[in-house]
Write a protein that binds this ligand. Structure first.
Ligand code: AMP
Length: 187
């Protein structure tokens, strides 16, 4: 009998290894921001497979019907997780990209606002979904995605990220009762 491979709970070694595949780009896109560049993780086949496997395992029993990915790095991760779990994929996109009728959610940025959109008929009322993005920072993006999903009737079971910038306290912006999971944390 083949042994089922499990990755959870995460070991410190593995987390440090995933961290080592992520590149810091200081002062991008503006002075003072350290951009976590995941292109270096994604082009490493072992690291890419590992983060997909971990996120898939974490939410394998959450009884969701769809993976929702946030444009654009959430598409790369979310579609791979959807494939792994045998689920459908739903995109949350920047304004003006989706062709059918949309629901819109606006959220605050440091300067100004940003908007996300989803097709109004992306789910049936009460269907369970999981939201995936590459990184949780202030939580504005994930909170807006959650609001969008609720507005079209979805039940958000969880949110998964590769990276969490815990010092920005994004979790505090997210609703209680939604499971939030990240692989790598920066404190
Ligand atoms: P926030 O809404 O502040 O939680 O920001 C999360 C979104 O912005 C994610 O889609 C990230 O891809 C992106 N993001 C924010 N801060 C960073 C960062 N320091 N490095 C890389 N991506 C970031």
């Amino acid at each position: 009998m083949t042994q089922q491979v499990t990755y959870l709970p995460l070991t410190r070694d593995k987390v440090e290894w995933v961290k080592s595949t992520i590149r810091d780009i200081p002062d991008f896109p503006k002075p003072g921001i350290v951009f976590k560049d995941l292109t270096t993780l994604l082009k490493d086949p072992k690291a890419f497979a590992y983060v997909i496997d971990v996120l898939a395992e974490k939410f394998a029993n959450s009884n969701v019907k769809y993976i929702v990915g946030i444009e654009s790095r959430g598409f790369i991760l979310g579609s791979a997780i959807a494939h792994k779990l045998g689920l459908g994929f739903i995109p949350v996109r920047k304004p003006g990209k989706l062709p059918h009728k949309v629901e819109t959610a606006t959220y605050e940025l440091e300067y100004g606002t940003d908007t996300l959109e989803i097709h109004i008929d992306a789910v049936e009322r009460g269907e369970r979904v999981l939201i995936i993005d590459d990184l949780l920072a202030t939580g504005g993006t994930a909170e807006a995605a959650h609001r969008l999903l609720k507005s079209i009737g979805a039940d958000v079971a969880g949110m998964g990220f590769v990276v969490e910038l815990s010092f920005l306290k994004g979790r505090q912006k997210l609703p209680a009762g939604v499971e939030i999971f990240s692989i790598v944390e920066y404190e």
